[in-house]
Design a protein around this ligand. Structure first.
Ligand SMILES: Cc1cc2nc3c(=O)[nH]c(=O)nc-3n(C[C@H](O)[C@H](O)[C@H](O)COP(=O)(O)O)c2cc1C
Length: 186
């Protein structure tokens, strides 16, 4: 069955390695009949969470802040699969992605018990380092996040050894891994 896939791209580099992973992932996912939408967070006007806990009162405007998160909220709500795509920045996800992800709290606020919608999810990450220990902090974050949200991780691509934008184009195996992950969704 066709799935709706919402991709949050936390890389600021339009020709970057994360974007190349996303392009390969989309190729596979769409070939398998899925619908994808990708939000390039760097190009969007998205402010940090205010921590006001005053959202969730109006489903048309889940957050009190009126910014480009309003474009993401409907796609996130409809999505079967959420893809977190990011460069590794200081052994974590990028600020752009963290900023947008925090704002998804407004959707949980729409329910009386702050219940997060249940999703399948995927992590696509590009990084310079290519060792298990380099990826360990992100792995711990991602596994903790998905466990606490009750989300089901259906795949991760850790694409190490990529510093310059486009370096990943010389690593067809990493791009193939992303494409195959996309293709596995049905
Ligand atoms: C601010 C900053 C912090 C970074 N921190 C790390 C890091 O902690 N570990 C790592 O392996 N690479 C790190 N990198 C390298 C990027 O993860 C790498 O260049 C990646 O391929 C960038 O993805 P992009 O091309 O999609 O922007 C950092 C790069 C920048 C600009």
């Amino acid at each position: 069955m066709s799935k709706k896939i919402c991709i949050l791209n936390g890389s600021p580099r339009p020709q970057g390695n994360t974007k190349a992973l996303i392009a390969s992932f989309i190729k596979g996912a769409e070939a398998a009949g899925n619908e994808t939408v990708c939000f390039d967070l760097q190009k969007m006007n998205i402010h940090g969470c205010l921590g006001c806990c005053s959202g969730g009162k109006d489903s048309a405007h889940p957050c009190v802040q009126r910014d480009d998160m309003e474009k993401i909220y409907p796609a996130y709500q409809e999505a079967d699969v959420v893809v977190l795509a990011s460069p590794m920045y200081y052994w974590g996800i990028s600020g752009q992605l963290k900023c947008a992800f925090d704002r998804l709290f407004a959707i949980a606020e729409l329910t009386p018990d702050y219940e997060n919608p249940h999703k399948d999810c995927i992590l696509l990450m590009a990084a310079e380092g290519d060792t298990e220990s380099n990826f360990a902090p992100v792995k711990a974050f991602y596994e903790g996040l998905t466990a606490h949200l009750g989300w089901n991780s259906i795949g991760v691509v850790y694409a190490g050894g990529n510093m310059e934008a486009g370096a990943i184009l010389d690593k067809p195996n990493q791009l193939k891994e992303a494409e195959e992950l996309g293709r596995s969704i049905s």
